[in-house]
Design a protein around this ligand. Structure first.
Ligand code: SF4
Length: 431
């Protein structure tokens, strides 16, 4: 029996409260179970409990075994002086506080609904990626829909925390935050981390100075990425190399570590070289990019805005090594969806939140009008009642998987709560 499960049971009151007695046969009536304390100190604060008709106000400590009281050194700790009830699964010894008074102990195992323990054990012992896969079909649609919204906004809040720290480092410059975030997602799944690092190697101020020359932007982006380090007879390559060497000396630029940007398993249209060439065009062709992206209300607006193609050299190249047949390298709508989901919508939310504006309706309308992401996790969830119909759904599923399923946090997940609560209701009816 894990202690966090006991916390969960106590916090939600999922045990019979009829005829509760301490280990010394005192009658217990719970007026309030207190507030769950996730910081240091007792587990539940400001509880109100009657013991033999005397009302006590104070803290509750929960352990698997009563002996854990000593194992954790609480008998010497002043913070545990005001424990009015010790709640344990197993009572294996009497315990005393700093003043040598015996602490009343409630043995919760006598009162927990056994069906709930059985189902919880089944849930945590399930080794599949989705431990609740056998029970999730019984969770009602309303719970799932509400939970998706909650998870999505939780994800946006997490992203806002990152944006706040980027704003701190950039002197509140939203254009710089956009530049760093956008470049990261231009890396796609394979090069996201590498491009995030690239954004740190390129000073946004230097990039801005050279925005009027797409050639210089390419020299900066390809040079710092490490693409211009080799011998190559290609004329355009050599001119970029020459320009970069000049800019590198002028600004004392550094180059990304070797081999950090990958081509492996990428379709040529997604090659990092093509993405960097498109990124250079985007910054060359657009002023006040942040302001313009914040005006996007529908995917169609974004598709029109990102009608950008890599420069002419790239019509016959996917990288610097060889010439290919002619094909214009436009930014496709699938890629624009990724930018919408990961850059534009989160920055819209962050910007509004930062300025005390709540326009969640606009955020929801936009994200729900974007196609869902496709990946193996979305596939697994779609087979068991959590189908992603739009990008809000797919982002919510990613949030659920990353922050709950993969971290074994079922007890903090509303789906598990709903499954266990059903069992509790069934068992309470039986009693
Ligand atoms: S965290 Fe939730 S969705 Fe994930 S396995 Fe546990 S109960 Fe299922």
């Amino acid at each position: 029996m894990k202690e966090d499960f006991l916390h969960y049971i106590w916090n939600n009151g999922f045990f019979s409260t009829d005829k509760l007695k301490t280990n010394q046969n005192q009658e217990v009536k719970i007026i309030s179970r207190g507030f769950h304390n996730t910081n240091a100190g007792p587990d539940f604060l400001e509880a109100k409990i009657k013991i033999d008709e005397i009302l006590w106000v104070g803290n509750v400590e929960i352990h698997k075994n009563s002996s854990d009281w000593y194992a954790h050194g609480h008998e010497k700790d002043k913070a545990y002086d005001n424990i009015i009830l010790h709640v344990v699964y197993e009572d294996n010894m009497p315990i005393y506080n700093l003043n040598n008074a015996q602490v009343p102990t409630l043995v919760l195992s006598k009162y927990i609904y056994q069906n709930v323990v059985k189902n919880y054990t089944k849930l945590i012992k399930n080794k599949s990626i989705l431990r609740c896969q056998n029970d999730i079909k019984n969770v009602d649609k309303f719970t799932i829909i509400n939970y998706k919204y909650k998870l999505y906004f939780e994800r946006l809040e997490q992203k806002y925390t990152i944006v706040k720290s980027m704003l701190n480092h950039s002197n509140n410059d939203w254009e710089q935050v956009l530049f760093e975030t956008l470049l990261k997602y231009f890396g796609g799944v394979v090069n996201k981390d590498a491009f995030e690092l690239l954004a740190k190697y390129i000073s946004y101020d230097i990039l801005k100075k050279h925005k009027n020359s797409v050639f210089q932007l390419e020299a900066l982006l390809f040079g710092i990425s490490g693409f211009l380090q080799e011998e190559n007879n290609d004329t355009y390559y050599r001119s970029l190399q020459k320009e970069f060497n000049f800019l590198k000396a002028k600004y004392k630029l550094e180059i990304l570590p070797n081999n950090i940007i990958k081509f492996h398993r990428l379709r040529p249209l997604n090659f990092p070289t093509i993405r960097l060439a498109q990124f250079a065009q985007l910054y060359h062709q657009t002023d006040h990019l942040f302001e313009k992206l914040m005006q996007i209300k529908k995917p169609k607006d974004a598709y029109q805005f990102f009608e950008i193609k890599a420069g002419d050299y790239w019509n016959t190249h996917y990288n610097f090594s060889k010439q290919t047949k002619n094909r214009v390298k436009k930014i496709g709508t699938n890629f624009i969806d990724i930018i919408l989901i990961n850059v534009i919508v989160p920055l819209k939310f962050a910007y509004q939140k930062h300025h005390g504006v709540n326009n969640n309706e606009e955020i929801i309308n936009l994200i729900e009008s974007i196609k869902p992401e496709k990946n193996s996790i979305i596939n697994i969830f779609s087979k068991i009642n959590l189908v992603a119909e739009n990008a809000l759904d797919s982002q919510a599923i990613i949030q659920l998987n990353e922050n709950y399923c993969r971290q074994n946090k079922c007890l903090q997940c509303e789906i598990a709560h709903n499954i266990l609560k059903k069992e509790i209701n069934n068992e309470a009816r039986k009693n």
